[in-house]
Design a protein around this ligand. Structure first.
Ligand code: NDP
Ligand SMILES: O=C(O)C1=N[C@H](C(=O)O)C[C@H](O)C1
Length: 250
């Protein structure tokens, strides 16, 4: 059966990539491509919505899809755990059938980097994240860095990260108690380093996105799985069967 996809943000970098993937896939059809001037009702009738827009627009798109009972894959950044909790409540209010799949990063390597960082996090008290993106990125810290910090904090449970002098601006923004440093530079695509420090050693887990091709597998997987998914799903890891180590993990 063919899955009809509505792409919100179709004129953007990610949206154009998604349009090409939908066109090339035998099991996907384009229902609609939306930009900043489109009416949200253009989404209606789709089997799945892909939201790759702007942090300020994403919430309205997600709420519209939920209210219409359409599954939605959210690639737009800016979704912290708190904001996701708000969408969970909204879904319950509507008793909405469509899943909401938040994917902070569609790249498999990035997701693995986050999982490895969370695994290592229990063994190091000093942890900081440095993320670097192209100069056109409007939000900081990146959605990937926020998710990574949240997953690390979850893995550490009651053990706080030690971040001295974190009140000084140059020490970065604290996300879930972890300093995050954001670089925005011409010439870059997307990179993240998680630096963990212990007694007499550091461990760095680094991921670089070399080209948008890194997102293709994840976008296709999310679009194909979202129509049958249930509830609110966070992270490509959930679709790939990659377990993020929580505090209770062995
Ligand atoms: N999850 C992941 O793996 C990845 C996520 N991202 C995230 O995806 C999002 C999009 O990135 P990117 O494609 O680079 O961004 P672009 O700036 O290239 O494109 C943004 C798109 O969103 C649309 N848009 C902007 N404002 C609104 C609005 N108020 N209402 C509806 N649509 C709007 C634009 O339409 P118009 O042309 O009319 O302005 C355009 O189609 C960002 O949040 C980015 O961080 C990016 C890469 C990977
Ligand atoms: O804006 C981008 O480019 C990216 N945004 C996402 C984020 O905020 O983490 C994913 C990836 O890093 C690229």
């Amino acid at each position: 059966m063919t899955i009809r996809v509505a792409v919100a943000g179709a004129t953007g970098r990610m949206g154009r990539l998604a349009l090409r993937l939908v066109e090339e896939a035998d099991d996907l059809d384009l229902h609609a491509g939306l930009d900043s001037r489109s009416a949200l009702t253009d989404l209606d009738g789709a089997d799945v919505v892909l939201d790759v827009t702007h942090p300020a627009a994403s919430e309205g798109i997600v709420r519209h899809a939920v209210a219409q009972g359409i599954p939605v894959v959210v690639g737009t950044s800016g979704w912290s755990a708190d904001r996701i909790t708000g969408i969970q409540a909204y879904r319950r209010e509507f008793e909405a059938p469509g899943a909401v799949v938040f994917v902070p990063n569609f790249s498999v390597g990035s997701v693995l980097g986050t999982a490895l960082a969370a695994y290592a996090a229990r063994f190091f008290d000093s942890i900081e994240i440095v993320e670097a993106h192209h100069a056109g990125k409007v939000d900081s810290p990146s959605g990937t860095a926020v998710r990574t910090a949240e997953v690390i904090a979850d893995a550490r449970g009651d053990l706080p990260v030690v971040a001295p002098h974190a009140d000084q601006r140059a020490r970065g923004q604290l996300v879930a108690g972890i300093p995050v440093h954001s670089l925005r530079l011409a010439g870059l695509s997307a990179e993240q380093r998680v630096v963990l420090g212990g007694e007499g050693e550091t461990l760095t887990i680094a991921h670089s996105t070399i080209s948008p091709a890194a997102y293709e597998q994840g976008i296709l997987l999310a679009l194909r799985r979202a129509p049958d998914a249930e509830g609110v799903v966070v992270g490509l890891d959930a679709l790939l069967g990659i377990a993020m180590p929580g505090a209770d993990a062995p």
